[in-house]
Design a protein around this ligand. Structure first.
Ligand SMILES: Cc1ncc(COP(=O)(O)O)c(C=O)c1O
Length: 310
């Protein structure tokens, strides 16, 4: 996430707006000790037609589904949290930003069973550019196959976007950075390609797109499902299937998708050049379409954009 966050403005915290510096938790919060939280990462884009949140409904649906998978009851309706997200942007006077809603078990006792712990909720927003850098969107990034396997569905509900799950991502990112790469790619427990620590992955071969499906321990990304729809709309065939390491390394093109990464080409894996070692044609097509959509330039996809100031 780059540099430190600016400590200014307001954070929505349990139904109220509090100063950034006052949005604190107790050190004995359940969520801190056991990673028992669920969260979302959402983007709001500044466009010529105003500020729009990309697929807010789908992000809220995933937040509540993540909570359900952990039997956590968020004490606000989806509609209330949606409205709170928009109001947080307005109160902070932002036009483009990243939005981070989180719900976690708070302070009551420290038994592992969270029963009777309150569910605390917060929404923070901040200005944010390209996650992997503007340059990455054009030239692509250098990745490594992680020695850490992606968490397994027999261990954790991998489709939940839960705070504790990110220890797995953290280890993969730390290892990749230590070895001089921009980002990691994790395999699943069976050795098939899963995803990045915070991104889904697509391979292109002979102008067909391939991406790992639910059986590969992925987080069902909202950018991923958007890209599948947009690629099909352009006229590309998209196949969801387990992808081997060999298929990955011999792809014509590879790219990551994610709220943070948007559509980022991958030009190298462990010093093996992918395709021509730069953004490929298909990736370019998809990236253009994606940015047109989030920038409110495609009437057909305005249904994916939630206006903030209205
Ligand atoms: C592990 C993981 N995979 C994939 C994604 C991409 O999901 P989305 O496109 O919904 O941001 C994310 C980001 O939320 C993630 O953390």
């Amino acid at each position: 996430m780059g540099g430190g966050l600016q400590e200014e403005g307001k954070i929505w915290y349990n139904g109220e707006f509090v100063d950034w510096k006052e949005a604190k938790v107790h050190v004995l919060s359940h969520g801190l000790h056991y990673g028992s939280g669920v969260f979302e990462g959402i983007r709001c884009y500044a466009t010529e037609k105003g500020s729009f949140i990309f697929r807010l409904k789908e992000h809220m649906d995933r937040l509540y589904r993540s909570a359900d998978l952990y039997k956590m009851e968020i004490p606000y309706s989806k509609e209330e949290v949606k409205e709170a997200a928009k109001e947080t942007i307005r109160i902070n006077g932002l036009d483009a930003c990243y939005i981070r809603p989180i719900a976690f078990y708070g302070f009551h006792h420290l038994g592992v069973n969270p029963a009777d712990c309150p569910v605390d909720c917060a929404i923070a927003v901040w200005r944010w550019g390209a996650y992997l850098g503007e340059e990455a969107l054009e030239s692509g990034i250098r990745c490594t196959l992680s020695p850490w396997r992606r968490i397994d569905p027999n261990t954790l509900p991998v489709t939940a976007k839960a705070t504790g799950h990110y220890l797995n991502s953290m280890l993969a990112v730390q290892d990749a950075k230590e070895r001089g790469f921009d980002e990691a790619i994790m395999l699943d427990n069976s050795g098939y390609v899963a995803e990045g620590p915070g991104e889904n992955i697509f391979a292109v071969k002979n102008a067909i797109l391939y991406t790992p499906g639910a059986e590969s321990s992925i987080l069902p990304g909202i950018t991923r499902s958007s890209v599948i729809e947009l690629a099909q709309d352009i006229g590309y065939e998209v196949v969801e299937k387990p992808i081997t390491k060999e298929e990955l390394l011999s792809a014509d093109e590879l790219f990551f998708t994610g709220t943070a990464a948007e559509v980022s080409p991958i030009r190298e894996i462990d010093n093996v050049t992918i395709g021509e070692g730069k953004r490929g044609e298909v990736t370019g097509d998809i990236q253009r379409k994606f940015f047109d959509v989030v920038n409110a330039k495609e009437e057909k996809y305005m249904r994916w954009l939630e206006p903030v100031y209205e």
